[in-house]
Structure formats: structure tokens, C-alpha cells
Design a protein around this ligand. Sequence first.
Ligand SMILES: [Zn+2]
Length: 169
Amino acid sequence: MLVLNATFEPINVCTVRRAAVLLLKAKAEIVEHGQWELRSEHTAMPRPVVIRLMTYVKVPRDTHRRKITRRAVFARDGWACQYCGARQNLTVDHVIPRSKGGSSDWTNIVASCAPCNRRKGDHLPSQAGMHPRCKPAAPSPNVFIHVASPTIPPAWRQWLPIATVADAA
Ligand SMILES: [Zn+2]
């Protein structure tokens, strides 16, 4: 279930059950629905595929605090090594090595292929002459949507600006 903010900006993925609760409480509306109905004892509603919250929520800007996972790092970095562009044998690399005081947050972790990671080893980017192609930063909410739902239903695509991430995977 894709959840859009009141502004139609995608923010989240939730379960059908959660979506049904939001819809029953009139906290959300259905933007796209599927073919079958959700039925309970008392009600039936079209199965939601994309819902939109009725009131704007300010959640999306805290992505820097969201848990860092390998998949989220890879998705943010377009499933490509940030040093050479390779798409295979991806690992995560601390740009400033932990042994040199590098932090384990979004601004210091990038996707790196295993060979680049080995080559860079315990060196600073300047020592190794290896700098990430993009300055690492907290990802946009869309990245987490792609991570939470590896296969993006066609009905979601028009709402997600970066469909290429899933395609590249
Ligand atoms: Zn590489």
C-alpha cells in the first residue's frame, strides 16, 4: 500500500490493514484501487493500492534518522559503486574509515564494490585517491518506499519520481 501525503508526495508504504483503518477513520482517501474488495462483517470497500492522507504530516524530512540498511544505501546510490560505478559485489563503505573516526551515518556510508572497498582499505579518501561520485546524504523518502517494496506495482509508478532505482535492481 503506497501512502501519499496530502500534497500527493509519496511518503510511506503500509499494510492493507493499516490502510483500511485510515480509510475507515476518514483519515485517508483512496487514490488508486485494485480489482477486488476488502470485506469485513459490516463493510466492503475497494481494495486500496494508493491512498492519500487527508491532512499533511511532517514525517518525511527525518530520513537522516531512519535506520541505515545495506539495501537502503544501495538504493540511494542507484545500485552502483560510488567509486567506479560497478553494479556487482556491492558492499557498504565508510568514506572516512571508522578507525579514523568516521561516523556510521548517512553522510559517511556509500555503496562500494568489493574490489574498491578492498583497494581503499583503511585509508582516507585523499590518501587512497578515491572520492565518492556523489556526496553521501540522507536519502529521500522514495528510497525507503523502493526498499520496503522491491517490486513496485504498476499503479504506484506515476506517484514515484525515481522508478529507475527499482529497475536498476
Ligand atoms: Zn568499485
